[in-house]
Design a protein around this ligand. Structure first.
Ligand code: FES
Ligand code: FES
Length: 163
């Protein structure tokens, strides 16, 4: 199979790659760019462990063909922190113990970031709906819910809004 030449932006950095045409975005991130935060859980679009942000929207990267991403912009968990400063959503997951084994966590954090970018003051139902595509085998979800609510508060504080 002949490789395809691909140029895109990953975590703000321009990447030029030569990849097999059947490479998924998840494989490209993990194997070509050594960005291993996104995980393969189910491998067919059901668990959210492979979630990344593609052109501003969350996607399950196991379902996306990398060859279709010429000129696209991808954000992975590795691209969230600024310098040594964790993103407030990452900090909230640590503060509220929103993880146990951590396998689902990068997907959970990116799902929460995308939710809070769109809905800075989510209701409990909006948090549950926004996080519904990310499965977790460990936490029972309560601490994930608490982490997302805490992240919303932290982001409000960063914007200088009153609680
Ligand atoms: Fe992609 Fe489960 S590995 S959705
Ligand atoms: Fe283990 Fe979610 S923390 S699967």
């Amino acid at each position: 199979m002949k490789n395809i030449e691909l140029a895109l932006v990953v975590n703000g950095r321009k990447e030029e790659l030569s990849i097999p045409p059947n490479r998924t975005l998840l494989e490209m991130l993990r194997e070509d760019l050594q960005l291993t935060g996104a995980k393969e859980g189910c491998g067919h679009g059901e668990c959210g462990a492979c979630m990344v942000i593609l052109d501003g929207r969350t996607v399950n990267s196991c379902l996306i063909l990398a060859a279709e991403l010429e000129g696209a912009s991808v954000v992975t968990i590795e691209g969230l922190k600024q310098g040594e400063q964790l993103h407030p959503v990452q900090q909230a997951f640590i503060d509220r113990s929103g993880m146990q084994c951590g396998f689902c966590t990068s997907g959970q954090v990116l799902a929460a970031k995308a939710l809070l970018d769109e809905k800075p003051n989510p209701t409990p139902d909006e948090i549950r709906d926004g996080m519904a595509g990310s499965f977790c085998r460990c936490t029972g979800y309560t601490k994930i819910f608490d982490s997302v609510a805490a992240a919303a508060e932290l982001l409000r504080a960063h914007r200088g809004e009153q609680p």
